[in-house]
Structure formats: C-alpha cells, structure tokens
Design a binder for this molecule. Structure first.
Ligand SMILES: Cc1ncc(COP(=O)(O)O)c(C=O)c1O
Length: 444
C-alpha cells in the first residue's frame, strides 16, 4: 500500500524564496528534500521516509550521524565554553587536539613530523592558510620570487579565491572566475603517454618561481573521483623536494580513513611539508579544519621581526566546541575499528559494483578504500534523474559530472551497504539497457 505523503513543512514554504542553495541553478533546481533528523547512517525526511546515506554528507560523517560519543562531547563542551577567541588565549580542547592530531600524521616521530597545527573553520580556509604559509616561508627565507603554485588538472581545493586558483582552471566548476584568479601552473598527473620525464622537465623549469605544489593524494575528489597510484604520489613528492618546491597535501577528502589508511600520504610513505585536513576531522558534526606544517616550515616564521609572523586568524579559529568534538572523533578512531570497516566496505564495493563494467554506457568502475565510483557515458547521463531514482528507492546518493559514487559512513551496517550497492546497480542497469537500445549496440 502506498504511504500517504505528508504535506511540506511550513518552514520550507516560508524560507523557500530566501534560501540560496550551493552549486544550484535556483530557477530550475528540483525542490530540496526537507530533512527532519539524522540517525545512524540514515537521513530521515520530514514525511518520515528514510534514506540510507551513501555520501556521508559530503564525505564528513565517517562515524554516521548522532554518534553518542560525539554528541556527549559536544553537550559537555557547550555547557562549559562553546567559544572563545584564540588570539592570546588558550584552551584545552584545541591544545589537546593539536598534539593528538600531530601524533596521527604520516611520519610522526621523525625529524620531519607535522607537529605544528593551525586551526581554521573550513577546508577552503585550511587551503588558503597552506598557500599563505608556503608563500611566506619563501619570503621569510629570502626567496620572495617563489610566488606561484603548481596544481594538477582535475584538482579541487575549495571555493575561496586562493583555493579556486589552484583548482583545475579549465574543467573545474570555477571556470567563470578564470580571469579573476591568479594564474598558476596546472600540470597533468603523469600517466600513459605523458611521462614522468616530461613532468619532471616542466617542474624543473618552473620550480624557481614556485612556492609549492598542491595535490589531493591518491584520489582527486570533486574533479571526478580519479585515482593515481602511491608510486605516482611518491615520485611527485620526490621531484618537489629535489627542486625546492614545498609539497602540500590536501587530505581534506582523503584523510581519516577514507582511502583505507588514516591518511593517503601514508600509502606512498611520504611526509608532506604542509598538510590540510577538514571534513571528517569532527566526524561531520561541525565545521573545523587544520593546516599542519613541519618544523622546517614553522621555524621560518620565527624571529624578532613581527613581519615574519603568519598573518591569519579566523574568528572561529580553534572553536572549542568543534575541537572537543574532533577529540571525541579521534577517540572513536582509537577505540573502534574504522580502518577495518573501510577495508570491509572496499571489498563489498569491489564485489558489488564490478559487474556493472559489462554494461552499455559504463566506462569505468573503480574502488579505492571506502570510495566506489561508476563512470558513465556523459552524453546519456543526467545526474538529476539518477538522484531522483535513488531517492525513490530509499538511498541518498548525489551523482555529479559523469559519475555515480559511493562514500558511505565507515560505520554503515552490512545490510545498509548491501541495499546501497543493490540500488546503485539496479538504477545503473536500467539506464544501461536504455542506452543500449538508443545506441543499438554494446557501447563501452
Ligand atoms: C580536497 C578538498 N579540498 C578542499 C575542500 C574544501 O572544503 P570546504 O568545503 O570545507 O571548504 C574540499 C571540499 O570538497 C575538498 O574535497
């Protein structure tokens, strides 16, 4: 029997003409789904319908929603001190978090440990801070002409101006601002015909003007969920060091278990000079990000000269509430088997999604850690229609570009994961049959 739909809540009607949604053509976008609450790995809509979350609220809710340990930490912190400014003042949640976070980073304990932590409030801001750090590092060490960055095709590092400038200049979502941002050097990741030798040659030529190279290690997220190997990552890192270019790892998406290790850089055995984290840092509860630097970078800012200091300080920097939740999230990583859960998800994604490769219009199926990607023929693909089909079947998956991807909470239950994968397979199989009919042959 069909369930009767409740009418839209009053707040939705009242706010509809006021609210501006992200990345959306407001005139044509389908009405957003009103959410009443979240629970475990589910989003509960105002009409009572439950959606299994396949994308962890933009890849942040690694422990699922409303994890009691995170909620308790937040409530306790709210009672004592929700916020206090961080200039000239110190508080336990931030100091504890900085020490704990450092200890978790790749290469901890060695000479090149990432032991200096600058907190901010979003991933984009953490990237801005990283870029500023790199520029000022060279300024402070007498090489001010190193004032450009190397970034990678298909890279995405956020929506603010500095971050846009180091994201893919051609294919990224910020094309409209191409003329408004500083031009940096965008290189292809070496693969196939574009060899490492060519990449190295270009890097060597531009290195004297470059403060740093920024990249998403192992998985480029918003640029299309593209993977490269740990060897590729290690070689790019090596070349940066050889040519005096700081290596900035943007682990905002990859960090905290998503690729199967705590941080993607670990898999390549590298220690970045600067590393950005955000998103899952608080387990998706509240905004917080951090930019970590090695001793060598940090020490370049020390001295008697106030001009050498890092001039940055967001109002909500190191927000105690967010830091307390982030500490609780790190407790969960220590106590609960998140990396094992990522490995289980990886195996299930491999097994469940692989058969899609045989279908018409399916160009690629790839899996890395708790990330599963199905790349489809763009000319027949409508992200909107796919999303609607997913919602009708009780899952929340947001395709973009030419891909359908899954990045579920690491705590997802086997049954929920199975449902998620089955629904994705069902919707893509139906679509592939239509493609085959339209094209008239098996099109891959
Ligand atoms: C790799 C990467 N860097 C930076 C950002 C920007 O983070 P935020 O949306 O928190 O500003 C994102 C967001 O998707 C990201 O995936």
């Amino acid at each position: 029997m069909k369930k009767e739909r409740k009418s839209a809540p009053a707040w939705l009607e009242e706010g509809r003409s006021h609210v501006w949604h992200p990345y959306a053509q407001m005139q044509t976008m389908p009405p957003p789904l009103p959410v009443a609450r979240t629970e475990g790995c589910r989003i509960v809509l105002a009409d009572g319908k439950e959606l299994i979350d396949g994308v962890s609220s933009w890849w942040s809710a690694v422990h699922g929603y409303n994890h009691p340990h995170l909620i308790e930490a937040a409530k306790a912190q709210l009672d004592t001190m929700p916020h206090v400014m961080f200039a000239g003042l110190a508080h336990e949640p931030a100091y504890t978090l900085a020490a704990r976070l450092s200890r978790l980073t790749p290469g901890w304990g060695g000479e090149k440990s990432l032991k200096h932590v600058f907190f901010s409030d979003s991933g984009s801001t953490a990237v801005e801070v990283a870029l500023k750090m790199a520029l000022q590092y060279w300024n402070n060490t007498g090489k001010p002409r190193k004032d450009r960055f190397i970034c990678l095709h298909r890279g995405y590092h956020g929506d603010t101006f500095g971050a846009m400038a180091v994201s893919d200049p051609e294919r990224g979502m910020h094309k409209a601002f191409k003329k408004n941002v500083i031009m940096h050097y965008a290189l292809e990741i070496p693969s196939g015909e574009y060899s490492f030798a060519e990449f190295a040659e270009t890097l060597k030529d531009i290195a004297p003007q470059c403060a740093g190279l920024i990249m998403e290690p192992l998985v480029q997220g918003a640029g299309g969920m593209l993977f490269h190997s740990p060897d590729t990552l290690a070689e790019i890192h090596r070349l940066c060091h050889e040519h005096e270019v700081l290596f900035i790892a943007d682990e905002i998406m990859t960090g905290f278990g998503r690729t199967g290790s705590m941080f993607a850089c670990e898999e390549a055995g590298i220690i970045p000079d600067i590393m950005c984290v955000g998103k899952a840092l608080t387990g998706g509860v509240t905004g917080l990000a951090a930019t970590l630097a090695t001793g060598a970078v940090y020490e370049a800012f020390l001295g008697d000269d106030p001009e050498k200091a890092l001039m940055h300080g967001p109002t909500y920097m190191a927000n105690p509430l967010a830091c307390a939740v982030a500490n609780a999230s790190l407790d969960l990583f220590a106590r609960e088997p998140r990396l094992e859960q990522a490995a289980t998800i990886e195996a299930a994604l491999h097994k469940g999604l692989r058969p899609l490769r045989q279908l018409s219009g399916v160009f690629d199926v790839r899996v890395k850690g708790a990330i599963g990607v199905v790349q489809l023929a763009p000319q027949y693909f409508s992200a909107e229609q796919f999303q609607q089909a997913f919602v009708e079947r009780g899952v929340w998956v947001r395709p973009f570009g030419d891909i359908v991807y899954l990045m579920p909470p690491l705590t997802i239950s086997p049954d929920e994961l199975n449902t998620l994968i089955c629904v994705v397979c069902e919707v893509i199989t139906a679509w592939a049959q239509e493609v085959r009919q339209k094209v008239g042959y098996l099109f891959r």
